[in-house]
Ligand binder design. Structure first.
Ligand SMILES: [Zn+2]
Length: 372
């Protein structure tokens, strides 16, 4: 008995000592009044609330959840605790749609259906039925729920990029896309098999083709924005987007993913860049987060000052995905995630993070410390 008690005491003081050492290495976080959003992505911390810990006690003031898991009751409960509630909305990744509408599958350079890279199924961006389906669902979510904003997710072309080595096939060369490209850009393509036309579009006509694809995706954003204006004009329109700069991976942001951030900025209020440092091959370098955020601010002219229309609220990785995020990184990740021009932050992702209670407590400690 005594031995066990002594061992427990030693281990306990060892833990305390380790904790003291860890803390000494990092400066104590100070209030960061420029940070208006301290969020959790992927659901509400229900089990903590059930332990009678309120959201303000956790330092959390925003919850981001999938639009499919919204209920009026859940929203009301979170709002009673002073939190804002934001919905995540799947734009071009409802793979189930293809079952009954195989003509919405993205077509590759060879004229055949492009298989989903690492299982990430995209949809042809000019399929009128699919677009209508998503717009109606977007409208329904905004009409039905008292949300403070809605965030686009997977608003890019058929690709797998949330990893160290992306796989981004060139698409979509379906007849519909080729026809619309010719109409919109007043170009006429020769009579030739798709395999030849795709080479032309990725060769001689690459600049025009790339811009046209970007414009198609931007036009979706324009329509999403107009639906917000009609249904819930105070709600913010956000987007979860690829964290690369305009030159990384040979300009893939535009020429593979079809994301034209500057054009989308006409309609988007909040840019939630996704610098998952561990997942994206920077497991030892949380400073990568603030470098990417700083680049985005410069690129879009966002400084993080009060009254600016555009905001940057990064979503940062605390849960283990691909690479583990150790507890000692919680503070540096949140530190880099809350540096200007960022004016808000949220952590990815509650479903897999919440059982890792040491990291959750470190997050709470940080959020409480930076509250103004
Ligand atoms: Zn297409």
């Amino acid at each position: 008995m005594h031995r066990i008690a002594l061992w427990m005491l030693c281990s306990f003081s060892g833990l305390l000592l380790q904790n003291v050492t860890l803390r000494a290495a990092e400066p104590e976080p100070q209030p960061r009044p420029h940070i208006e959003i301290r969020g959790i992505y992927g659901g509400a911390p229900t089990h903590l609330l059930e332990q009678n810990r309120s959201l303000p006690e956790l330092g959390v003031n925003a919850i981001f959840m999938g639009s499919g898991s919204l209920t009026a009751e859940r929203i009301a409960q979170l709002k009673r605790q002073g939190a804002q509630v934001f919905a995540e909305f799947n734009t071009l990744h409802v793979a189930g749609y293809l079952k009954e509408h195989p003509d919405a599958a993205p077509i590759g350079v060879d004229g055949k259906v492009s298989p989903p890279p690492h299982g990430w199924q995209g949809i042809c961006p000019t399929h009128p039925g699919y677009r209508k389906y998503r717009m109606e669902e977007f409208r329904r979510v905004l009409k039905e729920y008292e949300i403070d904003g809605i965030w686009l997710d997977y608003h890019h072309s058929h690709a797998s990029w949330e990893r160290a080595e992306p796989d981004m096939p060139d698409t979509c060369f379906c007849e519909r896309c080729l026809k619309q490209y010719q109409q919109d850009t007043k170009t006429s393509l020769p009579e030739a098999p798709t395999a030849e036309l795709s080479q032309l579009l990725l060769g001689e006509q690459k600049a025009k083709w790339t811009q046209w694809r970007c414009d198609v995706f931007t036009d979706w954003v324009r329509e999403f924005h107009s639906i917000i204006e009609e249904t819930r004009p105070k709600a913010l329109l956000g987007t979860f987007h690829c964290p690369w700069t305009d030159t990384e991976f040979n300009g893939a942001l535009k020429n593979k993913l079809a994301i034209d951030l500057k054009a989308q900025a006409q309609y988007i209020d909040v840019f939630s860049i996704m610098p998952y440092h561990a997942r994206f091959n920077h497991p030892e370098d949380p400073a990568w987060i603030s470098r990417q955020t700083a680049w985005l601010g410069k690129y879009l002219g966002i400084k993080g000052q009060p009254g600016e229309r555009h905001k940057i609220w990064p979503i940062v990785q605390l849960s283990d995905w691909g690479e583990a995020v150790p507890v000692k990184q919680v503070q540096p990740v949140l530190d880099h995630g809350t540096r200007l021009p960022a004016t808000g932050v949220m952590v990815f992702r509650w479903g897999s993070l919440h059982p890792q209670t040491d990291k959750v407590e470190a997050m709470i400690e940080y959020y409480r410390a930076i509250q103004p």
